[in-house]
Design a protein around this ligand. Structure first.
Ligand SMILES: Nc1ncnc2c1ncn2[C@@H]1O[C@H](COP(=O)(O)OP(=O)(O)OP(=O)(O)O)[C@@H](O)[C@H]1O
Ligand SMILES: [Mg+2]
Length: 208
């Protein structure tokens, strides 16, 4: 569908859930409404209250179908599906129903090996560096690792989502009413590049 993004990938712990909520929060900061779709049976739903987006429970095929129908009826909304590790068949389904598929990975050899396999399996998907170092030396080392291990995939990588410890605030059952500016900035820049890829407009807000 036009306005569904899925965040998938075979490896656990790469940042799918964090990125889902960071993206939705960033979309909200750019004036776009979105639904963060939970599909991971091991996670519990988060409260809507205080968020700039709506978290919904899509853990059964019926609830997921209902959310997709709701999105069809809300043409300006964006759905972001949070995959879950080690579920290749589910990933395939989400990939097929999305207009943009993102594969987060960290700067470890293991993550990079997995994301290369996923990039081959999902030829339209983009890799997105996750929990990326902010320290310049570590960043240089991470870039070198990409050059060594995935030189042929560089044009399929989006800009990194930096490590920001406050990202866990978005995963609290109740999101705190105010969030650090650094987190807002990281979320906004992730949302901008996703909207650019999807060719969807947005507006910049002056408040953080
Ligand atoms: N940008 C980030 N900055 C700092 N920490 C992060 C970031 N993204 C993810 N993390 C941390 O990394 C860990 C794994 O993240 P997350 O739960 O989002 O991964 P996941 O891919 O959804 O995992 P699973 O496969 O279990 O669903 C969490 O502790 C989370 O707080
Ligand atoms: Mg998760």
């Amino acid at each position: 569908m036009e306005r569904i993004v899925c965040i998938i990938g075979n490896k656990g712990g790469t940042g799918k859930t964090s990125m889902t909520h960071m993206l939705c929060h960033g979309l909200g900061l750019l004036g776009r409404q979105s639904i963060a779709v939970l599909t991971d049976a091991a996670r519990t739903p988060l409260a809507r209250e205080g968020r700039r987006y709506i978290p919904l429970d899509g853990r059964t095929p019926e609830t997921l179908e209902r959310i997709v129908r709701k999105l069809e009826a809300l043409p300006s909304w964006i759905g972001v599906i949070d995959g879950g590790g080690n579920r290749p068949e589910m990933d395939r389904r989400f990939y097929e129903m999305s207009s943009l598929a993102l594969l987060p990975f960290r700067d470890s050899h293991e993550d990079i090996r997995t994301v290369v396999d996923d990039l081959d399996a999902f030829p339209e998907a983009y890799g997105i560096p996750s929990q990326w170092p902010t320290n310049p030396w570590q960043q240089m080392a991470a870039e070198r690792t990409l050059d060594e291990l995935m030189p042929d995939y560089r044009d399929r990588l989006l800009d990194p989502v930096y490590s920001v410890s406050a990202s866990k605030l978005l995963l609290q059952t109740r999101q705190p009413p105010s969030l650090p500016t650094l987190l807002n900035n990281v979320c906004r820049s992730m949302a901008r590049q996703v909207l650019d890829r999807m060719k969807l407009p947005y507006k910049e807000e002056s408040v953080s």
